[in-house]
Design a protein around this ligand. Structure first.
Ligand code: NAD
Length: 384
């Protein structure tokens, strides 16, 4: 069988699986035994929990908000009343008591990145499943410790990569993998926003500008979406990276990068079994920043056209085009969809699409990107 035919067949099979996963067929559950909604404990009641996750947990078919953990007494009281949480409201000092809370099946970590490892590991030790926001942790080493802790405790670990469940992204993967633009040759992706002026560390050190809590700058926070886009469009891991940073505000950005541009080389999507000179490689060019807003896209290029998502990573209103034709798809509540997907995998004992290893792979690439930016050299990405 020709390499191209084999690619098309595997690509189509892969996209069929993705489409099936994305549709989250309600029949799976109508036919299944367990219709109970899993109870989620949100840990960290900041912007994401308040604005997105709590509302999403009112819409989910297989999950509900069961408990919260917060350091602020007034927030605990507010959430207890608003969501009728009764005694299932905890301070950080009481975190480990989640072990004895039968209403909680899954602990959802929504804390600053630098706290993800500690709270995931302690969460696993309570015997509850753990869902952790992106980026999984500050370092690849922490990711390995989180994976090991969840394995040891026999609980599932999922990472919050909502775009992997979003219809525009799934359609983009399908279009590229099935060869609609011909053999994939290039990728361009970027995501950033302007960090507000009041985040100046001299006035108020926001955790996103604090290296110990954020692990890095915009690459850790939003550049990770561009990295993810390139990884799931190709279905491959980057081999090597180059990177450089620019800086206009050395006071605000004294601990983390302000703007970072990087390139990645991926193996050919056609297969590594081709002789070296014929093995087309895919080049990705990416940008992330805290210095300007509006860069929010992912594009894949082949000889027969391109696939474009723009805006690509927002919560609502995504737009996608295949060879210039609009995708005309709706953007669902991405958080409700991913939480339901994780809940189903917990209930059915089936693999989750974004396990800890997926977060680890991102951190391995991110560490290589930071090293490349620091040394100015092409840097190979370590393997899992
Ligand atoms: P946030 O600053 O709004 O909330 C963080 C919460 O952590 C706050 O309630 C804060 O009080 C609490 N906290 C506990 N200990 C803290 C400490 N030592 N220092 C600072 N805060 C502490 O942040 P957020 O935007 O809700 O982000 C939380 C996590 O969610 C991050 O990991 C972020 O990357 C992730 N996130 C994901 C998405 C997504 O689309 N998946 C979107 C936004 C944020």
């Amino acid at each position: 069988m020709s390499t191209r035919r084999r690619f098309l067949q595997t690509g189509l099979a892969a996209s069929a699986t993705l489409s099936a996963a994305a549709s989250l067929s309600p029949r799976l559950f109508a036919a299944g035994q367990d219709t109970k909604k899993l109870g989620y404990a949100l840990v960290g009641l900041g912007r994401l929990s308040t604005g997105q996750l709590a509302p999403a947990l009112q819409k989910t078919e297989h999950a509900k908000l069961a408990a919260v953990v917060s350091g602020t007494p007034s927030k605990r009281e507010e959430w207890r009343k608003k969501y009728d949480l009764g005694d299932h409201v905890y301070s950080y000092e009481e975190y480990d008591q989640l072990a004895d809370d039968d209403a909680v099946d899954v602990i959802y970590i929504v804390l600053p990145n630098g706290l993800h490892a500690e709270y995931t590991i302690r969460g696993a030790e309570t015997g509850k499943h753990v869902f952790c926001e992106k980026p999984m942790a500050n370092t690849a080493e922490e990711c390995r410790q989180m994976i090991a802790a969840c394995e040891k405790a026999g609980v599932k670990l999922g990472i919050g990569y909502r775009c992997q469940f979003e219809p525009h992204h799934l359609r983009a993967i399908e279009a590229v993998r099935s060869g609609e633009i011909g053999e994939l040759r290039g990728l361009g992706a970027g995501f950033g926003f302007t960090m507000p002026a009041d985040a100046d560390p001299d006035q108020k050190l926001h955790w996103r500008l604090d290296r110990s809590l954020a692990g890095g700058g915009p690459l850790m926070d939003v550049g990770i979406y561009a990295l993810q886009f390139c990884r799931y469009i190709t279905g491959r891991e980057p081999v090597a990276v180059t990177a450089q940073t620019t800086l206009t505000d050395p006071v605000k950005f004294r601990q983390v990068e302000e703007t970072l541009g990087w390139t990645m080389t991926f193996p050919s999507v056609l297969g590594d079994d081709l002789p070296e000179p014929l093995r087309a490689q895919v080049t990705a060019s990416c940008v992330t920043t805290y210095n300007f807003s509006g860069f929010n896209q992912g594009e894949a290029f082949g000889p027969d056209g391109s696939v474009l998502l723009k805006p690509a990573y927002s919560y609502t209103g995504l737009k996608g085009f295949v060879k210039g034709e609009p995708m005309n798809l709706d953007t669902p509540d991405q958080f409700a969809v991913e939480i339901d997907a994780f809940s189903q995998s917990v209930k059915n004992g089936t693999p989750f699409k974004c396990p800890g290893e997926e977060g680890l792979r991102d951190l391995l690439a991110i560490e290589a990107i930071y090293k490349a930016a620091e040394t100015g050299r092409r840097t190979e990405v370590a393997k899992v």
